[in-house]
Structure formats: structure tokens, C-alpha cells
Design a binder for this molecule. Structure first.
Ligand SMILES: NC(=O)c1ccc[n+]([C@@H]2O[C@H](COP(=O)([O-])OP(=O)(O)OC[C@H]3O[C@@H](n4cnc5c(N)ncnc54)[C@H](O)[C@@H]3O)[C@@H](O)[C@H]2O)c1
Length: 389
């Protein structure tokens, strides 16, 4: 038996998004009896700050002690990528409910082992694929699934960020292959690849992929940093050995093709996700820059069709009564979508059912595609996606 305490492991940038999600949605699950219990981080100050900001009872520095603590039942793994496998697997073995940040692991083999443990666990588990909960993207997904766009032909996904465009941003775990894995590919491409699978299903082949590093070294920080924050720099340079930009051409099992690109140095983009889905009857397109709607063009006879604005409504997927202002055209952005995902995780726990939409299986399947993209870029040749159960 595990208790009802919630633990956030990793008090950095995304740990705060998890904390905000639990703080916003936990009151809806009073019967669960869960409490905002502990924030764990080796950086004691970061843990204390997050605990006091979001109302957690205590802090911890040793994640192993948190996993061994029977009073903890719900764990958000918000650590650097290289720690996901060990921490998520330890939490699963301890019988806890586990929501693990993307990427689920640095490799498909590790992701598969985590997926296997999740399968054997009676707890609820999932991979953080929060973009699935953006209402416009969930809506497009539903329309693709019900055939409104006809047979899928093509998908274009761009995940463009500029968080690393400044060469004076300090070096961190994100810029080393052994701790982050491939750079933009695992940091941003993970979401893009999951979005591609979410919309069009499984991928059979990476027809080609390119990855490049533009800023080849960065100064090490002189003080602790989180997220993409600046801090005082030391005078020691360290090598950046993972990609700043990646692009891949995908062939889907169902016959469609896709193009996925991600950059962490695309100046001016902030954090922009654009998705375009083309089918034999229509096109849907969405950008996070205009989060209150997506656009849809449908033509039954192939004649030119204008794009219609499909606005967010309370009846849009995921929204229901969850939006703080349940009214037409009220923007639903990153933070709300992230909270909707936490709500779904808590719902699955409360109802004793699987968290399916962003599962550990989805984390593993994305990892298989990401491995194939990395290999295709290294050998500069097509790579089949190795669909191992
Ligand atoms: N879902 C999303 O949209 C999204 C967005 C950003 C980041 N992420 C993911 O979240 C994870 C964390 O990213 P971040 O930006 O929050 O990183 P971060 O560097 O801001 O925070 C990581 C935290 O982990 C702590 N930490 C490191 N080693 C530790 C250990 N052994 N024990 C306890 N604490 C330890 C660090 O001190 C730091 O506070 C990454 O896997 C990243 O891919 C996801």
C-alpha cells in the first residue's frame, strides 16, 4: 500500500508547471485524500522556494528517500533526462502512481523497460505529452480520427524555440549528449514526434534526417541555474555535443508522409508549435501563437475551400468545466493544457483506470521513432522504425 502524498522530484522549470497543475486541480479530488506533500531537489533552495510558492508541506534532497517513503503515492518525475529511467522505474517498483516528464528515457530500450514495469504495476502511469491536452490539437485529432479530413496525406510539425539562441546562456545538462540525449530532438522533437503519432498513427520509416549544432561550446555557470535561465558565467568553456536543430522526413504506416522539425535557437519564436494536417478532404492547421482557435478547410469535391476559424469553446475537447473562464474564444494556452493533463492523471487515479492519452506506451513508441531519427541523421540514410512490443 502507498499513501496519498504527492511528490514533485525536480524543482526546476517544469516542476513548477506540475506544482501549478496539482494546486489548481487537486481540490476537485477531495475523496482521493491526496496532499501536496514534498518537493525534492538536490538544490535545497530551489526545493524550498517551490514548496513555499505552491504550498507543499516539506522538502527533500534525496530522491531515493522519497521513493522509499510509503506515505508518498503520487510522483511527478521532473528531473533532467538522464535521471528519468532510474527514478521512474524506482517509483514504479515502489507501487507509486508515476507521471514522468518527456522524454521517457534516453533510448528506446530504456523506455521499453520502464513501459514494461508500468504494465506490471497496478498504479496509474503516464508520459508528459501535454500538447495532447491543448483543445485545438485534441479537436484536430478527433476530426482526423472520425474521417472529417478524409484520408491523411501529410503532416507538418514545427517546434521552434529560441531558449538557446543566446551563446551566453550557460552550459547545462541540456547541452550534453550523455545527460540530455540528442538536443533539440529529445527536448522538443519528442513532443513533435508524439504529436505526429497522436494525429496520424505509427511511423514505419524515417526517410531522412538532419541534425546540426550551431553553438558548439558554452561557458559553464558559476552558480546553479534552472530551466533556460541566465546566471553568472565562469570563464571555463564546455563542449555542446547535441543538436541545436533537427529535421526528419517520416513515412507513416497508413501511407501518409510527415515532416517534423525542431530548433532551440530559432530567434524570435519563443516557444512555438505549429501543426498542419492535410487530408484528401481537408486541411487543419494550428499555431500556439494563436491559442484561441485553429483553422479548418473542408471540400467535398476538391474545389477550393476557405479556411474557417474553429474557436475554443467550453465544449472543445478537454475543456468542459476545467477552464477558469468557460466561454467561447477564451484562449487556452500552455499552462491550462498542462493543468488539464494533471487533472486527467488525478482522474485516472481516482477512478482506478489507466491514463491512456500520453501513456508509458506512448512514451516508448515515441522513443522508438526518436532513436530511428537519430540513427538516420548519423548514417545519412533511411532507417526503418523497429516496432518491438
Ligand atoms: N513537458 C514540457 O513541455 C517540458 C518543458 C520543459 C522541460 N521538460 C522536461 O522536464 C525535465 C526537467 O526540465 P527542466 O527544464 O525543469 O530542468 P531544470 O534544469 O530547470 O530542473 C531540473 C531540476 O532537477 C534538479 N536535479 C538534478 N539532479 C537531481 C537529483 N539527482 N535529485 C534531485 N534533483 C535533481 C536540479 O537541481 C533542477 O532544479 C526534462 O526532462 C525536460 O525535458 C518538459
Amino acid at each position: 500500500m502507498v499513501g496519498n502524498g504527492i511528490a514533485i522530484v525536480g524543482a526546476g522549470m517544469i516542476g513548477a508547471a506540475h506544482a501549478a497543475g496539482y494546486r489548481t486541480h487537486l481540490p476537485r479530488f477531495a475523496k482521493l485524500g491526496a496532499t501536496m506533500d514534498v518537493v525534492c531537489d538536490v538544490n535545497v533552495d530551489a526545493a524550498s522556494k517551490m514548496a513555499s510558492t505552491w504550498g507543499f508541506d516539506r522538502t527533500a534532497a534525496d530522491w531515493r528517500a522519497v521513493m522509499a517513503d510509503a506515505s508518498i503515492g503520487i510522483v511527478s518525475v521532473c528531473l533532467p533526462n538522464f535521471l528519468h529511467t532510474e527514478v521512474a522505474q524506482t517509483a514504479l517498483r515502489a507501487g507509486k502512481h508515476v507521471l514522468c516528464e518527456k522524454p521517457l528515457a534516453l533510448s528506446a530500450d530504456d523506455a521499453r523497460a520502464t513501459r514494461d514495469l508500468a504494465r506490471a504495476s497496478s498504479g496509474v502511469s503516464g508520459t508528459v505529452f501535454n500538447y495532447r491536452r491543448i483543445p485545438a490539437l485534441a479537436d484536430i485529432n478527433a476530426r482526423v480520427a472520425n474521417g472529417e479530413l478524409g484520408d491523411p496525406v501529410q503532416i507538418l510539425i514545427q517546434y521552434q524555440c529560441d531558449y538557446a539562441a543566446d551563446p551566453m546562456l550557460p552550459h547545462s545538462w541540456r547541452y550534453t549528449f550523455d545527460r540530455a540525449g540528442p538536443g533539440a530532438l529529445l527536448d522538443l522533437g519528442t513532443h513533435a514526434v508524439d504529436m505526429a503519432r497522436f494525429m496520424l498513427g505509427d511511423v514505419s520509416e524515417i526517410a531522412g534526417a538532419v541534425s546540426t549544432i550551431s553553438i558548439c561550446e558554452r561557458f559553464l555557470p558559476a552558480a546553479a541555474t534552472t530551466g533556460h535561465g541566465h546566471t553568472q558565467l565562469s570563464d571555463e568553456l564546455a563542449i555542446v555535443d547535441n543538436d541545436d536543430v533537427m529535421s526528419a522526413l517520416l513515412r507513416f504506416t497508413g501511407g501518409a508522409q510527415g515532416f517534423v522539425t525542431a530548433s532551440r535557437i530559432a530567434l524570435g519564436t519563443g516557444n512555438r508549435v505549429q501543426v498542419e494536417v492535410y487530408g484528401t478532404r481537408g486541411t487543419a492547421r494550428f499555431t500556439t501563437e494563436m491559442p484561441s482557435h485553429f483553422e479548418l478547410a473542408i471540400s467535398d469535391d476538391g474545389s477550393p475551400a476557405p479556411f474557417r476559424r474553429m474557436i475554443n469553446r467550453p465544449s472543445s475537447p478537454s475543456v468542459g468545466t476545467l477552464a477558469p473562464v468557460p466561454h467561447d474564444l477564451v484562449s487556452i494556452g500552455y499552462a491550462e493544457g498542462f493543468g488539464f493533463m494533471i487533472h486527467e492523471f488525478l482522474s485516472a487515479i481516482a477512478e482506478g483506470r489507466p491514463f491512456e492519452n500520453g501513456s508509458m506506451e506512448d512514451g516508448y513508441r515515441a522513443a522508438q521513432i526518436l532513436d530511428a531519427i537519430q540513427t538516420a541523421s548519423e548514417i545519412n540514410a533511411p532507417v526503418s522504425v523497429n516496432w518491438r512490443d
